[in-house]
Design a protein around this ligand. Sequence first.
Ligand code: PHE
Ligand code: CO
Length: 296
Amino acid sequence: MNAEPRRVEHLQTDKGSVPVYATGIVEQPWASYSATDHDVWAQLFRRQRAILVGRSDDEFLRTQDAMGMGSTRIPRFDELNRALKKQTGWELIGVEGLLPELTFFEHLANRRFPVTWWIRKRDQLDYLAEPDLFHDLFGHVPLLMNPVFADYMAAYGRGGVKAHAIGPDALVNLTRLYWYTVEFGLIRQPDGLRIYGAGILSSKGESIHCLESAAPNRIGFDLERVMNTRYRIDTFQKTYFVIDSYAQLMDATQPDFEPIYAKLAAVRSFPAGAVQDGDRVIQRGSGEGWLDGGDV
Ligand code: PHE
Ligand code: CO
């Protein structure tokens, strides 16, 4: 038996049809994974690990090993949870897919990381428009073993609950911070730039593109700059923001965001690929191959 995710409905929005899933916590149906599911995991795992040595933050590879995540079979959430809970108090919970924003924030604030239980099909190894088990587990979970990053994720959850109460514009600003750090962030190591964002870590193409292509901008992290910058969800990023350390991220996000939300509400947002005055430019992108528009 191969279990199927329970989609509740497809919502028609201005961004097209969006799958909405049942929002409850589900037990990982480990026994129902097929041999193909395990093989898809194994292939993706081995492929990304080979690419990420020397490209991802060394801390990512270290924490992935430390929690016992391996290629041989789809990991069991309950096994990973033993290491994770002990290390930083985080816990993985199984979900059907993307959650409503407030539900997601409340989980993070309570150190519960929602992981999609199902894995992509064999013909989707290179790209999938929505998070699956490989993206969530391989990409997001290892760094939850790092105490500083673990605290950042919980603080982000609390900030999300707060932004949700302030209003939709605040949420847009906060979501950009998540996008340009947790999903598509780069970090400086003594020997060069490395990847820590899960959206990159789980993508073969972007793992190479973000470091080796001349097209994108690489700019030093600045909180307000990031929160004011639009992004595209359907192509490689036009700009990557670079942190020096997870402590820098934690420190920069400590202040109350409410005045920042108020300030940003009164200014025009920046296009995804535009370099701004005052940017700490590490590398200015050539813009080669960029599509016009499409930033949200
Ligand atoms: N300091 C933010 C606020 O006041 C909360 C936050 C912390 C947001 C860490 C993101 C990351 O809203
Ligand atoms: Co993600």
